[in-house]
Write a protein that binds this ligand. Sequence first.
Ligand code: NOJ
Length: 547
Amino acid sequence: MKQWWKESVVYQIYPKSFADSNGDGIGDIVGITEHLDYLKELGIDVIWLSPVYESPQDDNGYDISDYQKIYKEYGTMEEFDRMLLEAHKRDIKIVMDLVVNHTSDEHKWFKEHPEYYIWKDAKDGKEPNNWGSNFGGPAWSYDEKMDQYYLHCFSPKQPDLNWENEALRNEIYEMMTWWLDKGIDGFRMDVISMISKDQNFPDGELNGLYGDHQPFVCNGPRVHEFLKEMNEKVLSKYDIMTVGEAIGTTIEEAKKYAGEDTNELNMVFQFEHVEEIGEKIIGKWTDKPIPLPELRSCLNKWQLELEGKAWNSLYLDNHDRPRAVSRYGNDSPMYRVVSAKMLATCIHMMKGTPYIYQGEELGMTNAYFDHIEDYKDIETINAYREYIENGLITEEDMMNCIKTIGRDNARTPMQWDKTKHAGFTTGTPWISVNPNYLGINAKDALKEKDSIFYYYKELIALRKKHPIIVHGVFEPLLESRKDIYAYKRVSGDQELIVVCNFTEHETKCGLFEERAGGKRLISNYKTHKKGILKPYEARAVLYEKNI
Ligand code: NOJ
């Protein structure tokens, strides 16, 4: 079915690190408005804006204290309205982050409506069960006034909401309606797969110091009922885009969340290819690369199994992930550009809606800060402390893990130009700028016609020109190869063949020689060798079937 969000490319903005217009070292809304022309030049259709609401910033805005106010360091509601207007003038839609699994403990509901949260009595003088929080420590905190524990799957300053409470659900729907009536174009829903908890709250399997809560909070008993209700009461009334962050989702669950006819969401972010594959040291932490066969079989499975039933989101990085080129490509000076283009080809030619995370279009790399003091992320800092203090990992290994997959790798300021602090701020940035900004920045990228930026622009333009990129059926190719990711897309008489060499070595591949004709749509090399793929070479070639 033709739907605008299937044909779109989304660009994620992490406001704190995007552009600072007033020199306080923190990105802001005016900074975003000032760069809308840059995004227009890139050609994206939709901005996903990470939270800009009032918040004590325990988790950079994913801890909201007022859903209908703008965080003062980011600006005012008038500035927000202007940004929305200016974006719409440029045909760019704005999708807001909706964080309704939890609020900040400074939200007025936490005092005025304890029934909106999840409270339990102590068990044997301790926490009600053994669950750990995603940000370290137990998932329960004691509150003296209530003489009970409240649940927080993230930090103690992010108490989980009690979706069993109908009045709370209606307040959330009202708030969503208020934003949609303002003219926003949809929601990215934070950890939406976690809103319905197993009401027995059983102990979880031990994983490190605490029990794993995931099986009891993800894809819970009423999650689909709640989303159908939200859809009926709010979403179905607007022509919008919705994407659910579906931590812990399986294919079967995803078909319900994002099914073509299930009346819940348009698509989900699944986590398997970014979190659930590859070797781990402890919890989510690793310093090992991801083997291509694992990445490929995971992505292929999602492509094949959602075909005709639900819609995929396509991404390699976001504000919670390391930089794509550092994690899946090769960020050495020799291969950074070519491997970033290869990864972009691989993802953007698949079936689904592609997401670009700010700076990905420049090939921004991991920060690789050497000292824990340089990191600001609550998850990183807490894990470092908890694991090292308890002797679960050495400091050296933990620092390697943080450099490999820590969230701050994606949160260093956007690299705009060669001036101090990469043109992000005239003040002191809240987190250090990646020192490589002198060689990697938007101003240079815009001057260089072979830059990664223009390669993304071309990929986006191709999507508008060739419906096969949006609608073609996905078929895997060369699945036994350890170095190549290849697939085709099929639509009517057309076939689009996409081949990506994931290594720095030349490798043999005869796919393009096997058939005559074909029109090269895009490649990260100008010339090709017969039967060979160059290091990190990517090529997409369109064939008319009967030729
Ligand atoms: C997922 C968000 O993407 C992440 O940044 C945040 O820390 C957690 N949800 C909690 O809201």
